[in-house]
Ligand binder design. Structure first.
Ligand SMILES: Cc1cc2nc3c(=O)[nH]c(=O)nc-3n(C[C@H](O)[C@H](O)[C@H](O)COP(=O)(O)OP(=O)(O)OC[C@H]3O[C@@H](n4cnc5c(N)ncnc54)[C@H](O)[C@@H]3O)c2cc1C
Length: 462
């Protein structure tokens, strides 16, 4: 291993191969602190050529690579195992802006830029890059692509898959796949870049991407509204879409338990507590006042428990901060068994009722923290207090997951609608994913990475 580290240092520079545990520790543990690994080292290559040389070296030496971006995965996707033999390759030094083309509404950047940096670059050119997540200050474009990240504006703009025109990828054999063209139409064969979006670093290292930009909206109307039930909320979704078309950009559902958590940890910030709250945002060209008036008129005809409209940009930010604070707030409140499930939007109320009832029957006193991107059918459905001793929570994880994923499956849903599979959901994928789809994915893995050196120990074994 000493020899390999010397060769790595010669390829990418000795200061870019971290071996001191004080330096490698932040890369060895996941965001939630659930997975602790021990990497051989952490490599920080600075260009696509360096990544390709490093991958070729690892291929020749049979060294496994764990690709890593901002390390904000909540399912242990970017964490090495404890063997001390896996090399973490963090892409944060790949920071070049290769091409900003406002007339083509596209931006080509390297994988190590954070999402927030990409949003700012687009905005500087009078454009919008619409992906938006609470982790946007830390997560990197390469990580966003590899998890097919969604977030707060998927309803209107889609996930990372829909936002990507081209990719550059270093394949497991060290070849560079150049699929970086900024085209919206290309019928010259299969669209191979799609293989790497959502692959969680198991098929290669993404080094650059050409991303879609959009006109910057000039008008926004944002409301925080209380409704009596999840059924009412979902009825509103269809009604809002009928009234406002794709101006409906955000439709977030927040349970009463979540609101109380926010109220407890951020006193005085929440406008009110209701059985369910909705964060609704419309965006458009034109004047904000006109859009707000349309939303106010629409809301005034609905039966709601309470509601506030953001009257200024700072009020809008305050409402957004409440929504974005939910993950952190819950983390501060103690551990929970996390799920980022998806079901058809029409099924959300029945899922909440029936899965909630099944959990309460199995674990009287259970606390369910449900919130998320209801407009996309995607909910964070986090379970805690399964028994009086909080330290024993994770003993109940298999039983809780069995209930939750069974109900997700009954409603035609998915066990990973947002954060990917990582290590956390690997055992469940086998049970609930279509066998033919799994076999096809494994065939692709076998073709590209027959020795299983790319992010081993996750869900896509060869
Ligand atoms: C507070 C909080 C809120 C969040 N909200 C959302 C949300 O709303 N929507 C959402 O989708 N996710 C959300 N996430 C999850 C997470 O931020 C996303 O999955 C994000 O896309 C991961 O990016 P990252 O750079 O941190 O990737 P990492 O965590 O570093 O890696 C994630 C996966 O991608 C692989 N990978 C990373 N970089 C590369 C690369 N260059 N090439 C190949 N593979 C690579 C890793 O091996 C790993 O499998 C949230 C997380 C937190 C902590």
């Amino acid at each position: 291993m000493e020899q390999l580290l010397h060769e790595l240092a010669a390829l990418i520079g000795p200061t870019h191969v971290l071996t001191d545990p004080a330096d490698t520790e932040p890369h060895a543990v996941d965001w939630r602190g659930r997975y602790h690994g021990r990497p051989l080292a952490v490599a920080l290559p600075g260009s696509t050529a360096e990544v390709a040389a490093l991958v070729a070296l690892c291929r020749d030496r049979g060294i496994a690579i764990v690709p890593q971006g901002g390390n904000t995965s909540t399912c242990g996707g970017a964490t090495p195992d404890g063997s001390g033999r896996q090399l973490v390759v963090n892409l944060r030094r790949l920071r070049a802006v290769r091409r900003l083309d406002p007339d083509n509404n596209s931006l080509t950047v390297e994988a190590g830029l954070t999402l927030a940096e990409v949003q700012a670059l687009a905005e500087g050119a009078g454009r919008l890059f619409p992906l938006s997540l609470a982790s946007e200050g830390s997560c990197q474009i390469g990580g966003n692509l590899s998890t097919n990240a969604g977030g707060l504006a998927v309803l209107r703009y889609g996930t990372m898959r829909e936002l990507t025109l081209g990719l550059e990828v270093v394949l497991p054999d060290g070849q560079v796949l150049d699929a970086l063209r900024g085209l919206r139409k290309d019928t010259s064969g299969l669209d191979v870049k799609q293989l790497f979006i959502g692959a969680e670093g198991q098929l290669g290292l993404i080094t650059a991407a050409t991303l879609k930009l959009f006109p910057l909206p000039t008008a926004r109307a944002t409301a925080w509204v209380g409704v009596d039930s999840a059924r009412t909320a979902i009825a509103w979704l269809a009604a809002l879409q009928a009234a406002f078309g794709d101006r409906l950009t955000t439709f977030e559902l927040i349970s009463e338990v979540c609101q109380k958590l926010l109220d407890h940890h951020h006193p005085g910030q929440l406008p009110f507590v209701a059985p369910w709250a909705l964060l609704i945002e419309l965006s458009d060209s034109g004047e904000t006042a006109a859009l707000e008036e349309r939303l106010v008129n629409w809301l005034s005809e609905q039966a709601m428990v309470d509601g506030v409209m953001a009257q200024s940009e700072s009020e809008r930010q305050r409402l957004w901060q409440l929504r974005e604070a939910l993950s952190e707030t819950q983390k501060r409140d103690g551990p929970s068994i996390k799920h980022d499930i998806g079901v058809p939007t029409s099924m959300i109320p029945a899922f909440l009722e029936q899965c909630g009832q099944a959990l309460k029957t199995a674990f009287p006193g259970v606390r369910i923290v449900a919130f998320g991107h209801a407009g996309d059918g995607n909910l964070h459905y986090n379970v805690s207090r399964t028994r009086p001793d909080p330290a024993a929570l994770f003993d109940d994880e298999p039983a809780v997951n069995a209930i939750v994923y069974e109900w997700v499956d009954r409603f035609g849903g998915t066990l990973a609608a947002e954060h990917g599979v990582g290590q956390l959901k690997t055992p469940w994928l086998e049970r609930y994913k279509d066998p033919a789809a799994l076999a096809l994915m494994r065939g692709i893995k076998q073709l590209l990475d027959p020795r299983g050196l790319m992010n081993p120990g996750k869900w896509l074994a060869p």
